[in-house]
Design a protein around this ligand. Structure first.
Ligand code: NI
Length: 161
């Protein structure tokens, strides 16, 4: 597996729509492995395929402190949401910045795992935020379009995710 180059804001691929995955080819499996490696290497809690230049509906997330609980979501779709949370958000594609975004506090997501088995993932708080942020990437949406107030410069403390 390998680390892939993370596309950053201004790269037009980040604004594009993505296509659903129909089957897991060896190439798709390699992409998923590389996305996990790339996310962990960058100390991120989530990564979507467009961020490595691939317009497919694949996201990886790991909000655990140990970084040992990867979630792989293929063709994810939010089927329920409730509540509200307002908090800080950042993105590996927007280095050195963070901003305040209001999201649902709970979401239920239908997706497929890396074996194309249908799964349901429920998340609250940080996991819910990560799910909404990463699924937005699949529609070409960056969190910066949802920020309340200004983006904050965090480059000096380097806590991007
Ligand atoms: Ni992001």
């Amino acid at each position: 597996m390998a680390i892939r180059k993370i596309r950053t804001i201004g790269d037009e691929i980040l604004g594009h729509n993505t296509k659903p995955v129909k089957l897991i080819t060896p190439r798709t499996a390699l992409l998923i492995g590389d996305m996990l490696d790339t996310m962990y290497e960058a100390n991120g809690v989530g990564l979507a395929a467009p961020q490595v230049g691939v317009l497919k509906q694949i996201v990886v997330i790991d909000v655990s402190e140990e970084g040992n609980s990867p979630l792989v979501l293929i063709n994810p779709e939010i089927i329920e949401r409730s509540g509200e949370q307002t908090g800080q958000e950042a993105c590996l594609s927007v280095p050195g910045k963070s901003g305040i975004v209001t999201r649902a506090n709970y979401v239920k997501v239908k997706a497929y795992n890396e074996h194309m088995k249908e799964i349901i993932v429920e998340g609250e708080e940080l996991l819910a935020r990560a799910l909404q942020h990463e699924i937005d990437h699949l529609s070409g949406i960056l969190y910066v379009s949802k920020v309340e107030g200004d983006l904050v410069d965090t480059s000096s403390i380097d806590e991007n995710k």
